[in-house]
Ligand binder design. Structure first.
Ligand SMILES: [Cu+2]
Length: 152
């Protein structure tokens, strides 16, 4: 009995430490659909000022269309979509992943094809709000989208 009492504080301390170490980085895997231009996760929540590691997965056997994931500042999705559409006439559009150079883009993956993955590490902005994410490949952004909710 005496031994048990002595062990408990150590165990508590250890679990507190490991929770703290794991806290700042949220890991999330977002998979593109095999037949539709959609993500399996359309909303997730993270704390302002932390980090999120997003693994974008395009499954094997999906229809041969490239996808990316572009995180955008609140309310700026229309502006970024307009920029992406402007790149359709740009011979370098595909090479640039159809991601416009814009202050409104927080972070983005590269375009990936079926069977590929890309990992994106994002420093979550300090400002809370709804950050849209979408695929900027032409024709996809209308439905291939979600929201990263940043909370205080
Ligand atoms: Cu797409």
């Amino acid at each position: 009995m005496r031994h048990l009492l002595l062990l408990i504080p150590g165990a508590l301390l250890l679990s507190t430490l490991s929770l703290r170490a794991a806290d700042p980085v949220t890991e999330i895997t977002i998979t593109t659909d095999k037949t539709q231009f959609i993500y399996d996760i359309k909303e997730f929540t993270v704390k302002a000022g932390t980090k999120v590691k997003i693994t974008l997965v395009a499954p094997q056997g999906a229809i041969p269309q490239p996808h990316n994931l572009v995180i955008i500042k609140p309310g700026k999705d229309a502006a970024v979509i307009q920029g992406a559409m402007g790149m359709m006439a740009d011979p370098q559009g595909l090479a640039k992943g159809y991601v416009p150079e814009s202050q409104d883009v927080v972070a983005h993956t590269k375009l990936i094809n079926p069977g590929e993955t890309d990992v994106l590490e994002v420093e979550i902005p300090a400002v809370a709000g709804d950050y849209p994410y979408l695929c900027t490949f032409p024709g996809h952004f209308a439905i291939m989208k979600g929201v990263m909710k940043v909370i205080e």
